[in-house]
Design a protein around this ligand. Structure first.
Ligand SMILES: C[S@@+](CC[C@H](N)C(=O)[O-])C[C@H]1O[C@@H](n2cnc3c(N)ncnc32)[C@H](O)[C@@H]1O
Length: 204
């Protein structure tokens, strides 16, 4: 099964709050985005936004230039329905992030919670980092969250790569200055705990 069918299949079978990565609000992501965004007109893209409520919270905070990219049309459709008329002001992109056509220097803030860790092949990771380097403005920020060193080795039946801050930063290279990193213990809807890592980098 290709990646798009895999994710469409997951989202068509499970309710938004029944997936292991669900949180009512992505509080850590939101705080990091607020610390990095130069203002409410900042251009923000959420990579692999899935059905998360981050986009709702960004709209509620008054951000005016929000994009959400996901490989799954099913997830994007759920988000659009939940947001109602507010969804018309969001730029929705259905694409594989390793292949998407993104405008150079389009974004002030790049956010990804739990997508990069699915890239188990080095060519995929290189393609992803090339996308970030092309699409984020110089002086912009990149927030990437993956499973931490003690996190699970699989998610939704797929293998993942776990990272500490140093290893994740190494994937991105010296053009990305590591500003802050933290770990979070995420309680899943099934009452298990997963360790997540968050890294905030500035693009120099
Ligand atoms: C574990 S979920 C995380 C969803 C959301 N970021 C959150 O934290 O609730 C991973 C998401 O990434 C999307 N995804 C997986 N591989 C992708 C890829 N190569 N390109 C774009 N989206 C991808 C999936 O469809 C899914 O919505």
């Amino acid at each position: 099964m290709d990646a798009q069918s895999h994710w469409d299949n997951i989202y068509s079978k499970k309710a938004p709050d029944a997936v292991s990565w669900y949180r009512p609000h992505l509080e850590t992501s939101l705080k990091l985005i607020e610390s990095a965004a130069p203002g409410l007109s900042a251009s923000i893209i959420d990579i692999g936004g899935g059905e998360s409520t981050l986009v709702d919270d960004l709209v509620a905070h008054g951000y005016q230039n929000i994009s959400v990219l996901d490989i799954s049309q099913t997830a994007v459709d759920v988000n659009k329905r939940r947001l109602g008329s507010a969804s018309e002001h969001i730029h929705w992109l259905i694409a594989d992030i390793t292949k998407a056509k993104l405008e150079p220097g389009a974004y002030d803030v790049w956010h990804d919670r739990a997508v990069f860790h699915f890239l188990t092949a080095s060519e995929q990771r290189l393609a992803y980092v090339r996308q970030v380097a092309n699409a984020v403005k110089p002086g912009g920020h990149v927030i990437v969250s993956t499973f931490g060193p003690e996190g699970p080795t699989k998610c939704s039946g797929l293998d993942v790569v776990r990272y500490d801050a140093k290893a994740l930063h190494q994937e991105f290279g010296v053009r990305f200055r590591l500003v802050r990193h933290s770990k979070e213990l995420h309680r899943t809807p099934f009452d298990t705990i997963q360790q997540f890592l968050y890294c905030l980098c500035r693009v120099d």
